[in-house]
Design a protein around this ligand. Structure first.
Ligand SMILES: [Zn+2]
Ligand SMILES: [Zn+2]
Length: 338
């Protein structure tokens, strides 16, 4: 999933289900019915020994049908797919993987970190939900109950046949570990075309979500910034993002996202000028999405994402010495360091 969901125009004309991008790369738009993002891109790369599919959509009949139809339109079939490679564990990227394995795809690859997260969610969903609510409450935000049965049905856990580490070669692809959006997020540099498959790490014009959720450690936003620096220059021939359309000027977008993060840091600091506040209180003072919507105008899910993003900024500002956490009180409050 990514942030700014509501900003993606839903009025664009109908788009092709699959496109040949040249140099042995195809793009299949896999539907995300009912979600403002509308689709996720599965990329199909021709390689020695079969096809590599990067990201596979969530678990739903219309997604499986789109995968079959897209492969067919590109001149292939599912039986030509040697491996499915996952950029990160979010259900819109990984949910269909178990179905594809059962349909005969021999290999499934993802990072060890994201596999552990997926496995953990699958083992104790109810306990996880409760702990997530308690974590948000501790941060000054009482989430409304959300019916996530639709989510649960779109996701099925499947162990990878191989885990991927930073720098690994997978056929024509080189893995680049880019923590931030998820702890084990991977981008893939296509060594043949010099394009980068950027997953949810670098999207355009969407701003990727970087949140501090229960169970996250350290400074995810600091990790994200370091991961943006890490991929600069790695996609000289353009980006193949998981959402939206491929775009040519990858480094331009990297720089914009770094600048945007700095602007949000400044907004969080400004929101602290009146004194100590919890992440929930600060989130309510900030503008949200590119349309500067107020917090109360956001939907239930989006409010939780907004608070998680605010916590990520506060942890980052704490890590760089700009705010400190007030010891003791419940909820956790932050104060600017002057
Ligand atoms: Zn996504
Ligand atoms: Zn994601």
């Amino acid at each position: 999933m990514a942030a700014d969901l509501r900003d993606v125009s839903s009025s664009e004309a109908a788009i092709q289900a699959a496109s040949n991008l040249g140099e042995g790369i195809g793009q299949i738009r896999l539907p995300m019915a009912g979600n403002p993002l509308r689709y996720i891109n599965g990329y199909v790369l021709e390689d020695d020994g079969g096809l590599t599919v990067v990201d596979c959509g969530w678990k739903a009949d219309d997604v499986l049908a789109a995968m079959h139809a897209g492969l067919h339109a590109l001149g292939h079939a599912l039986s030509d797919v040697r491996r499915v490679v996952i950029t990160h564990h979010h259900f819109d990227h990984y949910g269909l993987a178990a179905t594809l394995r059962r349909a005969g795809v021999p290999e499934l690859l993802m990072s060890e970190r994201d596999w552990k997260r997926a496995e953990g969610f699958a083992q104790s969903r109810v306990a996880n939900d409760r702990a997530a609510d308690a974590w948000l409450a501790r941060n000054g935000f009482a989430p409304r109950e959300i019916d996530d049965e639709g989510f649960a049905g779109r996701w099925e856990v499947m162990e990878p046949t191989r885990t991927i580490a930073d720098g690994d070669r997978i056929g024509r692809l080189e893995a680049v570990w880019t923590p931030g959006h998820s702890p084990g997020h991977m981008c893939f540099v296509d060594t043949r075309s010099s394009r980068i498959l950027s997953g949810d790490h670098v999207l355009d014009p969407i701003t990727p979500h970087v949140g501090m959720w229960r169970g996250h450690e350290g400074d995810p936003l600091g990790d994200y910034l370091a991961s943006l620096e890490k991929v600069r220059g790695r996609g000289p021939a353009g980006a193949l993002p998981a959402h939206g359309e491929p775009f040519p000027d990858f480094d331009r977008r990297v720089d914009e996202l770094i600048a945007h993060t700095g602007q949000r840091d400044a907004q969080v600091l400004a929101a602290l000028e009146g004194g100590a506040a919890s992440a929930g209180e600060i989130a309510m003072r900030l503008p949200w999405t590119r349309r500067n919507r107020s917090f109360t105008d956001l939907g239930d899910w989006h409010q939780q994402f907004a608070v998680a993003e605010t916590i990520a900024h506060l942890h980052h500002l704490e890590a760089i010495g700009r705010v400190r956490r007030e010891a003791g009180p419940d909820p956790i409050r932050y104060i600017a360091v002057t």
